[in-house]
Each structure stands twice: as C-alpha cells, then as structure tokens.
Design a protein around this ligand. Sequence first.
Ligand code: FMN
Length: 332
Amino acid sequence: MTTRTGATAAALARAAALAGYAPSLHNTQPWRWTVLADRMELHAVRERQLPASDPDGRLLLVSCGTALHHARTALTATGWECTVQRLPRPRQPDLLAVLTPTAHHPPGAAAGRLVRDMETRRTDRRPVSDSPPPAAALTALAAAAGTHGVAFGLLTQEQVYDLAAAASRAADIERADPAVQDEIAYWTGRQDDLGVAERSLTGAQPETTVPVRDFGRPGTLPSGPGHDRAARYAVLSVEEDEPEAWLRAGEALSAVWLTATRHGVSVLPLSAVVEVPVTRAALRRSTGDRGWPVMVLRIGVPDAGAGAPAAPRLSAAQIVDVDEVRHLLDRD
Ligand SMILES: Cc1cc2nc3c(=O)[nH]c(=O)nc-3n(C[C@H](O)[C@H](O)[C@H](O)COP(=O)(O)O)c2cc1C
C-alpha cells in the first residue's frame, strides 16, 4: 500500500529533518533528502566528501548510513513501517537509498524515547570514568549492530594494545600529510552550521592508552582527570568491502550509538585508524582477518557531570527538498 496524502508527506519531511541529528565524519553532514508524495530519497553530497582522508567515500557512506537509520527510526516513532532499497540505480551511485512507507499503526509507547535518543546522542571526547560499561549494555550494542548484518567485535586487552599502536601510527601518518591537515583545519572551529566546534573539543589532548584524534587545536570543553583504562573498544566490520556494506555499517553505527545513549554509555568513534590503509590492514590482521574494519568505537561510562554539548547542524531547509510535495504539506 502506498499513500499519497499530506500526512505521509509530512511524516517523511519530519523524518528527513530529524535525520539531521545523525553523526558524520567531522560533522560534514554529507547528505540531502528529496521528499516525494509516497517515498523519500537519500542522496550523497560529494562536495562534502573529504578527498584526502576519505578518497573512496567509505566514511561518507558510513555517515549517510547513520542518517538513513535516523530517518527510519523517526518513521518508526510516528508509527510508519517502510521498505528500504539501498543503491537502487547502479548508474546513479549517489542515490543511496529510497525509503517507502508501507503501513501505518498507532505509534508505540517507545515513540517519544526514540526521538529523545536522537536529540540527546553526542560524541563525547572527554576521557571516561573508571567504571567499565555494563555487560548488559555491551550485549545490547552487539545485538543492535547484528540487526544490520554488521559485526561488533569487542577487543581483548591484547588487541587494545595493537589498536593503540595502529592509532598512534595513523595519527603520525595523518599529521605528516598536509592535505589531511588542511581538511581537519577546514572542518574544525568553524562559525557556521558544519564541522567540529571548539565547544566539542577538550582543552588538552587526553593521555589515553589509545590516542583520540588530534584536531590540531585546543577546545573549550572542560574535562576531568579520567583515562580510558575502563573503556572497552569495539570494531564494526563488514564481510564485503563495498558501498552497500559501508552504508549498512553506518546504519549499524547509528543503531549502536542510539542504544548506547539509552543505556547511559558514551561512544567515541575513532576513524583515523581505518582512514590510513596500512593501519586498517594492521587492525584487520589483529582482529583475525574476520571482515573489513569500518569503524573503531571507544565505549565507556562518562564521568558524572554535564553531558557533552550539541554540535551545530544544517537547517532542515538546507538538507531536505520538499518542492514536489509542498502542495500536499500546504493543504493539510
Ligand atoms: C564516520 C564517522 C567518523 C568519525 N570519526 C571521528 C574521529 O575519528 N574522532 C572524533 O573525535 N569524532 C569522530 N566522529 C564523530 C563526529 O565528529 C561527530 O559525529 C560530529 O562532529 C557531530 O557531533 P555529534 O556526534 O556530537 O552530533 C566520527 C563520526 C562518524 C559518523
């Protein structure tokens, strides 16, 4: 069943706007939605791909996958079931997905919570507390990734040391690459609705076992004396190293992160190690050559205190095209 009412178009437009809360590499928000009467399309915005750090567009697709999962979650919250076609037209590779609502039910009791999780999820770059993440939360995160056919591999202590070495090597390689440094500088500390704001970065670079990304400038986010001793690290990996799998990995990343938000657990993606081919290969070897690593996550219990601040976002008008349905939206 497809519907062509203003209510459907309004639900799609709202889902596309809520997908704006999705996380993306350096907050590039590299997506655009087209809302039609009976479906919505997700398009990649290549102008916001990072050619030096992400030449294959792998992390662009992961970022767009998080937006796709956010949009689906927003539709679920308003009671809409939908089908998803990923990369439906081989000749149009930037049309990443088509979401088509198929049926509507009264929204369930969890609806408000789903939207709240999207609104309150944050990247928290502060060191974590000395309490390890609860086993039940880790099990829930693995299940969330599994729903999308993506493996969530928790690293052993030995593998964490391998990760620390690989992350430190990736940081050195990227520090020595002027093109990557230019990209980081371009996307950090901007005054507009994109990029990593100073308020989201800590003052000093924390001295943790696994180094976090160095954005090249101190921020204004106060952080305590925490460390990453009690953090757990996980690798999201896919069986095929190709675009549809990267998109699914983004959907899994979103599902994992929203689940973590609900459990009060913090997530910090560490992508430099999968941006640099030699360290990505090292990580793949260290994790037993099982699948292709797409993302590394630090998972921890935040230190008590205020949550991390919200990052800037483009407005709905900048990321959602409703021209085709404006007459339906105006009518209702
Ligand atoms: C694919 C991807 C890679 C990311 N890599 C890193 C990273 O290496 N280091 C980091 O501090 N944040 C990383 N992030 C987090 C983004 O910078 C963050 O999502 C963005 O700035 C928006 O902030 P928010 O998540 O608080 O909404 C990554 C996010 C995504 C989706």
